[in-house]
Design a protein around this ligand. Structure first.
Ligand SMILES: [Zn+2]
Length: 118
């Protein structure tokens, strides 16, 4: 009777690809929320001329940002099954797994011809 097997089975390329696309989606969401802040704030300030609305939108943005950080922080690496962006208390939105170094585009790198030729 075997219990608590520590050995991690090697995931298939399909599982890796699936896991990485999930990670990429959450990264896009996170960086999107971060990047939308300045233009959104400038637009709101220009349109509304009201500090009150700006303040409530800022509050909303902070709320969405927290969700984006949590979603990005709890996404797991498809290879080592650890938190992809989180090492202990540190959240690092880097382009590779902070535990095993699996690159965020690892499933795309095998056959990636450069299409953007000048
Ligand atoms: Zn990993």
């Amino acid at each position: 009777m075997e219990e608590h097997v520590e050995e991690k089975p090697t995931p298939s390329p399909a599982e890796i690809s699936q896991g990485l696309s999930k990670i990429r989606a959450r990264r896009w969401f996170f960086f999107g929320v971060v990047l939308i802040y300045v233009p959104a704030l400038l637009i709101v300030l220009k349109v509304s001329q009201s500090g009150k609305l700006t303040l409530s939108l800022f509050g909303l943005w902070v709320f969405v940002l927290i969700i984006a950080v949590v979603l990005a922080a709890i996404v797991r690496c498809p290879r080592c099954k650890e938190y992809y962006h989180t090492n202990g208390p540190t959240f690092l939105p880097v382009r590779k797994c902070v535990h095993c170094g699996l690159f965020v585009n690892a499933d795309k790198q095998k056959k990636a011809p450069k299409t953007d030729t000048p």
